[in-house]
Design a protein. Structure first.
Length: 148
């Protein structure tokens, strides 16, 4: 019995020590929604080829306060312009500055405009969406993007 008591004490001490690094608490969870992420060829006003990448996500806030998403980017495809809106599908109200309510979910629509056409029609690729909140935290989600 003495051995198990000593082991339990050592375990508790190790778990509470500074050397036991605790992972950061997740504040927002993201999941892709249908229609699945896709890209479309488009052109700028001067005729240059671009990709329009459209991603729809559901964001779940696990905190007791509003969280605002203030920036969005793709890790591997630097966008010239990024547009996103946040809202509720039921209410039908979407805005860029709308927060994700506490203990609730919100629908996020992201559009990235990337210069140059890098893929053949219908070709798929993967990337990581990085969303930044109002406290400077970054939230990442790997997505697969299909061509249309």
């Amino acid at each position: 019995m003495l051995l198990w008591g000593n082991l339990a004490r050592l375990w508790r001490r190790w778990r509470n020590s500074a050397s036991a690094v605790q992972p950061p608490t997740l504040r927002l969870f993201f999941a892709p929604q249908a229609p699945w992420p896709s890209w479309h060829p488009t052109k700028t006003a001067d005729g240059a080829a671009m990709l329009q990448i459209v991603v729809e996500l559901e964001a779940a806030n696990r905190t007791d306060r509003d969280i605002r998403i203030v920036r969005a980017r793709l890790r591997d495809h630097p966008a010239e312009q990024t547009v996103f809106t946040i809202g509720s599908r039921r209410a039908g109200r979407f805005a860029k500055d709308q927060p994700v309510p506490p203990h609730a979910r919100a629908h996020v629509v992201l559009m990235f405009f990337v210069r140059g056409r890098r893929y053949a029609p219908g070709q798929a690729f993967s990337d990581v969406v990085i969303l930044g909140d109002d406290e400077g935290n970054e939230h990442r989600l790997k997505i697969g993007v299909r061509g249309r």
